[in-house]
Design a protein around this ligand. Structure first.
Ligand SMILES: NC(=O)c1ccc[n+]([C@@H]2O[C@H](COP(=O)([O-])OP(=O)(O)OC[C@H]3O[C@@H](n4cnc5c(N)ncnc54)[C@H](O)[C@@H]3O)[C@@H](O)[C@H]2O)c1
Length: 435
């Protein structure tokens, strides 16, 4: 018994019992990080980390800023009230604080571009409805605001039932509050027949309507695009017209409600930009044509096409030597979207520099519809500009934009639409811009 208590540690152990680690298999080293992750719920932490990063990239993509520096700037005008009001919506939709955001930037790999919420005033009209088609097509949600003075539900009714489309009957002369990211402000009668119909209403739409929409842009931090016009150049003394040209406008003529109205709208837009920090864009649109134009609106292309289809003489005002440029509507829509998504305020001329006299245009219409169509001369209307041709160098350089559709290619599409509407061979709203 006693001998069992004797310490024998000093006795040498037989070599066979001594510890020697087993050589490890090569796969052990490969699997080690995986086993490490699986131990003690580390996997859960890794997954949570990935989820947070995904949310971060989704709501704060670095491409949001126009500087491309990855920062989202908060404007000075941003107040707590706005934050409380809009914090219900994700920041990318709020517009608040995204003053320098360029939604057209790069999207992180694997993440889809988020749709925006966009208001198009005058969206049931000719240009507006084609713009709405494009915005819906690329995945945005669109709210059309229109009083249907010259617009038609038929122009947008192919979107009825689409949850990303809403239509509000509203006159922009009255204020309106909507939570949106971008505002395309088109509401205004564009043809002389319509804008001269109620000149006071026209200038109110241009001044009060634009004020209301700029106020909305300021309030919700939305980017605002004004569709101005080549009419701001009046009867130009410079040819072709460059954006720096200030124009030659009669302030008291019958067209002034439109020309001066748009000039004031441009002034308001720039004042909101400089004074209130609203992000703005200005497009000066030159003559545009295409499907869904009002048939009897007195604009020269729609006049000639409708007259030729109805076998009436084509009315040429004056000697027919005054020139215009004609832009197909899909080219304009592309330019408007590029302008809105780009970094430059403008103004930008958006038009087709191809110049036609009225007589040359009549000839193209004769070739496309009826070679026997007669031409009838009438006295010219008051203040009708003699020459109109855009210089689009600025849009080419800064927006990478230029028109692609020639008159001879675009006109047949418009003729097809007019034929359907005039002769009742109807498919309302179905007219597209596709070449
Ligand atoms: N089409 C062109 O050649 C051309 C040229 C220069 C500028 N523009 C500008 O482009 C914009 C669109 O022109 P368009 O050719 O599509 O004209 P349009 O007449 O077809 O469309 C104008 C739309 O605005 C709506 N509207 C008018 N007043 C309104 C108001 N007070 N409240 C709400 N809605 C109102 C009309 O109902 C219509 O739907 C206009 O601002 C116009 O000045 C067009």
């Amino acid at each position: 018994m006693g001998s069992e208590l004797i310490f024998r540690g000093h006795e040498a152990q037989p070599m066979a019992d001594s510890y020697s680690p087993k050589p490890l298999k090569p796969w052990f080293y490969v699997a080690r990080p995986i086993r490490y992750i699986l131990r003690e719920q580390r996997l859960v932490f890794v997954l949570v980390g990935i989820a947070i990063a995904t949310v971060g990239f989704t709501f704060f993509p670095t491409s949001r800023t126009s500087h491309g520096n990855g920062y989202v700037s908060i404007p000075n005008t941003f107040v707590e009230h706005d934050l409380a009001h809009y914090s219900q919506r994700p920041l990318y939709q709020q517009g608040v604080g995204l003053k320098t955001w360029n939604s057209g930037g790069k999207i992180p790999l694997g993440l889809k571009r988020k749709g925006l919420r966009i208001v198009v005033t005058g969206g049931a009209g000719f240009v507006g409805s084609h713009l709405v088609d494009r915005l819906i097509e690329r995945g945005d949600s669109v709210i059309v605001v229109d009083n249907f003075f010259t617009g038609r539900k038929e122009n947008v009714m192919h979107h009825f039932g689409n949850p990303r489309f809403e239509l509000i009957r509203h006159d922009v002369v009255e204020p309106l509050l909507l939570e949106v990211d971008q505002i395309y402000h088109l509401a205004c009668p564009a043809s002389p027949v319509h804008y001269k119909f109620n000149p006071v209403k026209t200038i109110k739409t241009n001044v009060v309507g634009t004020l209301n929409m700029l106020g909305l842009a300021k309030r919700v931090g939305a980017r605002f695009l004004l569709t101005s016009t080549s009419e701001v150049y009046g009867d130009p003394l410079q040819h072709p017209q460059v954006e720096t040209y200030w124009g030659n406008v009669n302030p008291i003529g019958v067209r002034s409600c439109y020309d001066e109205g748009k000039r004031t709208a441009e002034t308001l837009t720039m004042d909101y930009h400089r004074g209130a920090g609203v992000e703005v864009r200005i497009a000066r649109i030159f003559n545009t044509y295409g499907p869904r134009m009002c048939i009897d609106d007195g604009r020269v292309v729609s006049n000639f096409v409708a007259q030729a289809l109805r076998k009436q003489p084509l009315t040429v005002y004056g000697d027919g030597k005054q020139t215009r440029s004609f832009q197909y509507v899909s080219d304009l829509v592309e330019g408007l979207i590029r302008l809105m998504e780009g970094e430059h305020v403008g103004p930008f001329n958006l038009g087709n520099p191809g110049e036609f006299t009225m007589l040359e245009l009549a000839k193209v219409v004769q070739e496309s519809i009826d070679p026997d169509a007669k031409i009838e001369y009438r006295p010219n209307t008051e203040d009708d500009p003699h020459k109109r041709k855009p210089d689009i160098t600025k849009a080419k350089e800064q927006l990478g934009w230029e028109p692609k559709v020639s008159l001879r290619k675009g006109l047949p599409l418009m003729v097809k639409d007019f034929r359907q509407r005039i002769f009742g061979d109807h498919k309302e709203g179905g007219a597209t811009t596709t070449i």
